[in-house]
Design a protein. Structure first.
Length: 262
C-alpha cells in the first residue's frame, strides 16, 4: 500500500509540477492567472499540440512562439519543476504513507518548489503563493489532528510557526538588506509544517536551511569573486532545509538532542 501511495504521489507531483510553471511565470512577474494558461505573452498565441502535453511541452517551448517567433525565457523549467515536485512528493509519501497528513505535506511540497523557482528567478517570495499555502495548510493540519487526535502536533506547529515568524522578523528588522520580509512570511509557514512533526524537526529544518545557504553562498562568492556583499536568494535554502527535516528529521533530531521525540 505504501509503495502504491509513493508511486501515485510521485506521478501526481510530476504532472502538477509541470503546471507550477504557470504560477512561477505569472505570479513571479505579477501577472494575472487568466486563461489561456499556456500562451505566448508577447502576441497571445495559444499553445497547441505538444505545447499542451505536460513535460513534453518543453519540445515546443524551446523553439519559441510559432506565431511571433519570440523565444521563451525558461523553456526547460516546466520539466525541472515536474522532476523536483515528483521527487519531493515521492519522498513525503514514503515518509507518511497513507496518513491523512500527507495531503498537507503535498500542498507544502508543491508550494516550496514553486516559491523556490520564483525566488531564484525574481528574488522575491510571492505573497500570492505563501498566503494560499497557509490557508490550505491550517485546515489540513486541523483535519489531520482531529482524525487521529494529534492535537499536541497542532499545538507544536502553531508554536513553531509563531516563533519562526517572530525570529525572522527580528532578523529582518536588524538586517533589512540581508533578510527580506518575504523570508519572514516563508519562515512562519515552514515553522508550521516542520513543527507539526516536533520541535526538533523545526530546529533541524532551519539549521539545515542556514547551513545550506552558508555553504552555497561561500562557494558562490569564491567562484564569482563578488565579496561578502554578494546576495543570493535565501528562500530555496529554507525550502530545502524544510524538506530535509520532514523526510530525515527524526534521525537528525536524535543525533542532535539524543532523543527523537523532541
Amino acid at each position: 500500500m505504501d509503495a502504491l501511495v509513493t508511486g501515485v504521489s510521485a506521478a501526481g507531483g510530476f504532472v502538477l509540477g509541470d503546471g507550477l510553471e504557470i504560477l512561477v511565470d505569472r505570479l513571479g512577474e505579477r501577472r494575472p492567472l487568466d486563461r489561456p494558461w499556456w500562451r505566448c505573452e508577447a502576441c497571445g498565441h495559444r499553445a497547441t499540440g505538444l505545447g499542451l502535453v505536460p513535460v513534453v511541452r518543453v519540445l515546443a517551448r524551446r523553439r519559441g512562439c510559432p506565431s511571433c517567433a519570440v523565444a521563451v525565457k525558461h523553456p526547460f523549467r516546466p520539466a525541472v519543476l515536474a522532476v523536483a515536485s515528483a521527487v519531493v512528493l515521492g519522498l513525503f509519501a514514503s515518509r507518511f504513507g497513507a496518513d491523512v497528513v500527507l495531503a498537507a505535506y503535498a500542498v507544502f511540497g508543491l508550494s516550496m518548489v514553486a516559491i523556490s523557482a520564483v525566488d531564484l528567478d525574481r528574488w522575491i517570495i510571492p505573497n500570492h503563493i505563501v498566503y494560499p499555502t497557509l490557508a490550505l495548510l491550517v485546515p489540513l493540519f486541523v483535519l489531520s489532528s482531529a482524525v487521529d487526535h494529534r492535537w499536541g502536533s497542532l499545538e507544536r506547529a502553531a508554536i513553531c510557526g509563531a516563533v519562526a515568524f517572530l525570529g525572522f522578523y527580528v532578523l529582518h528588522v536588524a538586517v533589512p538588506k540581508g533578510m527580506g520580509f518575504g523570508d519572514v512570511r516563508l519562515a512562519g509557514v515552514i515553522g508550521l509544517a516542520t513543527g507539526w512533526l516536533g520541535f526538533g524537526h523545526a530546529f533541524v529544518g532551519f539549521f539545515a536551511g542556514f547551513l545550506l545557504g552558508a555553504v552555497v553562498g561561500i562557494v558562490f562568492i569564491v567562484i564569482s569573486g563578488g565579496g561578502r556583499k554578494t546576495k543570493i536568494p535565501f528562500g530555496p535554502f529554507l525550502a530545502a532545509g524544510a524538506v530535509i527535516s520532514i523526510v530525515w528529521g527524526s534521525p537528525a533530531a536524535h543525533a542532535l538532542f539524543h532523543r527523537g521525540g523532541l
